[in-house]
Design a protein around this ligand. Structure first.
Ligand code: ADP
Ligand code: MG
Length: 149
């Protein structure tokens, strides 16, 4: 387990970049935490590090977006917050995003996580007062080992 304590959104983006540097296509990262904890901020930092140049904001009218990243890679970004409203329990909806060719980030995976494959990493972000956040990163996938790249 790796832990970060960040003091600004920029530092949380940096934590996302650190995690991103260890990911490969097919990897899934689950990002949990309360509203406003910094999940999207973390994913934005990861996306930037992977070479995504589009704006990275929470998907609003869909559960996910796919971005073109550097080196021909694809990054998927899902927010399952409104999953139930969207009737997304239907089989296969997440399959359009969490694909073998993409590096995938999923916010709020506590809802609907049963439809997801085994994650490479699970990230938890918690408020730690004012602009401080506690971020823990648990690596669980066997394919990508922290510190081996
Ligand atoms: P979530 O996706 O978890 O709902 P967001 O990333 O959209 O959260 O929003 C986090 C908000 O908190 C942003 O407005 C960001 O600027 C602010 N913030 C302040 N301090 C931090 C920090 N240390 N890490 C992440 N975000 C922070
Ligand atoms: Mg968000």
């Amino acid at each position: 387990m790796k832990a970060f304590r960040t003091k600004s959104a920029k530092e949380t983006e940096r934590a996302g970049a650190d995690v991103a540097s260890r990911l490969e296509p097919g990897d899934l990262v689950l990002v949990t935490g309360d509203l406003g904890a910094g999940k999207t901020t973390f994913v934005r930092g990861a996306c930037r590090a992977l070479g995504v140049t589009e704006p990275v904001v929470s998907p609003t009218f869909t559960i996910g977006r796919r971005y073109r990243a550097g080196g021909g890679r694809v990054v998927s970004h899902l927010d399952l917050y409104r999953l139930a409203d969207m009737g997304a329990e239907e089989d296969g909806l997440l399959d359009d995003y969490v694909t073998a060719d993409a590096i995938s980030f999923v916010e709020w995976p506590l809802v609907g996580a049963e439809g997801l494959p085994e994650p490479a990493a699970s990230v938890e972000i918690g408020h730690a007062g004012a602009d401080e956040r506690e971020i823990s990163v648990e690596w669980s996938g066997s394919r990508v080992e922290p510190g081996t790249q």
